[in-house]
Design a protein around this ligand. Structure first.
Ligand SMILES: Nc1nc2c(c(=O)[nH]1)N[C@H]1C(S)=C(S)[C@@H](COP(=O)(O)O)O[C@H]1N2
Ligand SMILES: [Mo]
Length: 266
């Protein structure tokens, strides 16, 4: 069957692409050309993979995980736009963790290993340098919109309150071993939760946001404080942050538990 030059690999070591190439060879191009459009259509409509994610999408997302790890360093900035390019009515999507009113006693709860948790207010976040960003917000469901957000850099916040490190000092770029690998966030009722790799969390465009279009964020958009993380799809942009914690164990993640890729980088 195989030409003599082709090495004989045990079956499970043959890359999928080689198997496909071989199938194409034996199947014949003519038959293939006729079969593919129907085959692909059937595959997309009928092949539901793990946790209900259709396999072709699952594949793309797996590839994104690789890219997200290597490509999104803090030197890569997402493209930005002039303020007047932003949508006047930002789209609203996703109400998990927002189904009850904002708690009257809301504060930002920060866990610190070996120390008392911090209880902070929006004023504490506003005391940090304000940054605005106008960029294309992307939802994994297939829509995107140029939006204008304002807040403090998560990296400035982490530095100010000496968070994210095992030693309890401010993060030091020369001592990355001291940094925890992940940031976890959840809504006050724990109805929505995300895990973010530290590199993306410390990205200079990642904000603890309190403004949308120059106005305080409204409840459906995540008042009083939400995450804006432009290097990630919408799912990671948690609205109504109640608690933040730092860990080396991958925090649970609402949409990852439902079959989406954990890293969902753009
Ligand atoms: N608390 C909470 N945050 C959330 C969600 C959610 O359901 N609950 N949905 C996410 C998704 S899928 C998207 S696309 C964005 C939408 O943000 P927006 O409503 O401000 O457009 O919020 C993200 N953050
Ligand atoms: Mo989304």
């Amino acid at each position: 069957m195989n030409p003599p030059t082709e090495p004989q690999l045990p079956k499970d070591e043959i890359p999928e692409s080689a198997v496909r190439r071989r199938m194409i060879k034996s199947f014949g191009w003519f038959t293939l050309a006729a079969a593919v459009p129907v085959g692909v259509y059937e595959w997309i409509t009928h092949s539901v993979g793990a946790q209900g994610i259709k396999r072709p999408l699952r594949k793309v997302l797996d590839a994104n995980a690789q890219i997200a790890r290597t490509y999104f360093s803090d030197t890569h900035l997402v493209p930005t736009f002039p303020v007047d390019a932003a949508a006047r009515q930002a789209r609203v999507n996703g109400f998990d963790g927002l189904k009850s009113p904002i708690p009257d006693d809301w504060n930002l709860h920060i866990d610190r290993p070996g120390s008392q948790p911090l209880q902070l207010t929006v004023e504490d976040v506003k005391a940090l340098p304000k940054h605005e960003i106008v960029y294309e917000f992307k939802c994994i469901e297939g829509w995107s919109q140029v939006q204008h957000w304002g807040g403090a850099r998560l990296s400035d916040f982490v530095e100010k309150y000496k968070l994210g490190t095992k030693s309890g000092s401010s993060p030091n770029p020369d001592n990355t071993d001291d940094l925890f690998k992940y940031v976890g966030m959840e809504t006050p009722d724990k109805g929505y939760y995300v895990g973010i790799d530290m590199e993306s969390a410390m990205h200079p465009q990642t904000l603890l946001a309190y403004e949308l279009n120059g106005q305080p964020i409204t409840a459906p958009h995540g008042a009083p404080l939400r995450l804006i993380i432009p290097v990630k799809y919408g799912v990671k942009n948690l609205k109504r942050i109640g608690r933040i914690f730092f860990t080396d164990d991958r925090p649970r993640d609402f949409w990852a538990e439902r079959g989406y890729d954990y890293y969902v980088g753009l």
